[in-house]
Ligand binder design. Structure first.
Ligand code: SF4
Length: 175
């Protein structure tokens, strides 16, 4: 007895009319746009802070007064494996730098970084100290910088909106 393992769908894939119709309907280009639309409106930041900016700016932005949840960015994840945005909020010391890098590397792609506050951008008031890294971009790629010591919670929200625009328009590097 001869076994016929071919599925009826295989026969359809040999029909040039069907193949051309599928090619007409399915376009890969817009798929990336749809994914970026979803990514830009549902970022999952990592719950992770290094110093005062984490409380003053990041926790303030997620609290009830400023309510980052309005934009769909409130799902702070306790694990880097479930996060796509690292918000570096606070002073990066040379001792904590390896952990910052490790957490970043543990995040799945695509991933983005927001540097919140003077310390995360440039070392801040401690830049001359022997133990402070002069900015997160010395360790990992940074997409958005939010200046201030500490920045206002509104500035953090604005940083997320800048990142949203960058995800929606990948060729735009400044906003
Ligand atoms: S920028 Fe200012 S508020 Fe933020 S971590 Fe540094 S010293 Fe603290």
């Amino acid at each position: 007895m001869e076994l016929n393992n071919s599925h009826p769908i295989e026969e359809l894939t040999k029909d040039p009319v069907i193949v051309n119709e599928v090619r007409r309907l399915v376009q890969i280009g817009p798929l990336e746009k749809i994914l970026n639309l979803a990514r830009a409106h549902s970022m999952w930041p990592m719950a992770f802070g290094l110093a005062c900016c984490a409380i003053e700016a990041l926790m303030g932005a997620t609290g009830p007064r400023y309510d980052l949840a309005r934009f769909g960015y409130e799902v702070l994840r306790p694990s880097p494996r479930q996060a796509d945005v690292m918000v570096v909020a606070g002073t990066i010391t040379r001792k904590s730098a390896p952990f910052v890098v490790r957490l970043y590397e543990q995040m799945p792609d695509p991933k983005w970084v927001i540097a919140v506050g003077s310390c995360a951008i440039s070392g801040g008031p401690f830049v001359d100290s022997y133990y402070v890294v002069p900015g997160a971009d010395k360790l990992i790629p940074v997409d958005v910088y939010v200046p201030g010591c500490p920045p206002r919670p509104e500035a953090v929200i604005d940083g997320f909106i800048m990142l949203k625009n960058k995800i929606l328009n990948p060729k735009v590097v400044t906003s």
